[in-house]
Write a protein that binds this ligand. Structure first.
Ligand code: B16
Ligand code: MG
Length: 214
């Protein structure tokens, strides 16, 4: 199968790099402190979802009600733990497969951009040595509605001057696949709960599989 596209928009967490394990550890530390059950399966529901919406999913199992002020403190606590974990990241956390595929796509003339719900996107890209690589970045600081809303992908396409129909999105989250489809883009699933979610246009075998279909 081949897709005729001019641009590729990448999700960050779980696609370009594996910050998803740090999100899990940071949420797990908070949930344990609050005595709330949390596991990897619940964590899958947080993929692509904003920080506050993620907290609400975790608090579904809480036995007490929290004020808005407490919730904001919890979200900040999680983000501080998460950012401490991110500080250990380096260019060694970018796999050769991802790096070489990105370079080859650029050589083939594709515009390459990011569409991430994370407000830590630029910090992460700098940590892994991709701070200046992408043609544009749309992230949690640009949007009011997180995935499955199409806002972040439409914003990313606009920044690179592309029609949505000319863009393919690579996502590990079902919410991200839904966002890509709602934006009128081609949705490519890679791992996570995106894989075989039923709404994707194609399941990538691995990141480098992009070179076979584009
Ligand atoms: P932050 P993505 C998403 O990134 C994560 O998948 C999701 O788990 C996280 O809650 C969200 O970013 C917000 O992240 O707390 O750093 O602003 O998958 O859209 O790249
Ligand atoms: Mg993701």
């Amino acid at each position: 199968m081949k897709f005729q596209k001019k641009a590729v928009i990448f999700d960050l967490d779980g696609v370009i790099c594996f910050t998803d394990r740090f999100h899990y550890q940071a949420w797990k530390a908070l949930a344990d402190r609050l005595g709330i059950y949390f596991d990897e399966k619940i964590n899958d529901r947080l993929r692509g979802v904003s920080r506050m919406a993620s907290l609400e999913i975790i608090l579904e199992r809480a036995t007490e009600a929290y004020t808005q002020e407490q919730k904001e403190a919890f979200a900040e606590e999680k983000n501080n733990t998460y950012r401490e974990l991110l500080k250990n990241m380096s260019p060694a956390d970018l796999t050769d497969e991802v790096k070489n595929t990105l370079i080859e796509l650029r050589n083939r003339g594709y515009k390459l951009s990011i569409g991430s719900s994370s407000k830590n996107t630029k910090f992460i890209l700098e940590r892994i040595g991709l701070g200046d690589f992408f043609d544009a970045i749309a992230d949690g600081t640009d949007i009011t509605h997180s995935k499955p809303d199409p806002e972040v992908f439409l914003c990313s396409a606009k920044k690179i001057g592309m029609d949505p129909a000319d863009c393919a999105v690579v996502e590990d989250a079902k919410a991200g696949i839904q966002a890509a489809k709602a934006a009128g883009m081609t949705a490519l699933a890679l791992h996570g709960d995106a894989e075989n979610c039923g709404e994707e246009d194609y399941n990538l075998v691995n990141f480098a599989d992009l070179l076979n279909i584009l």
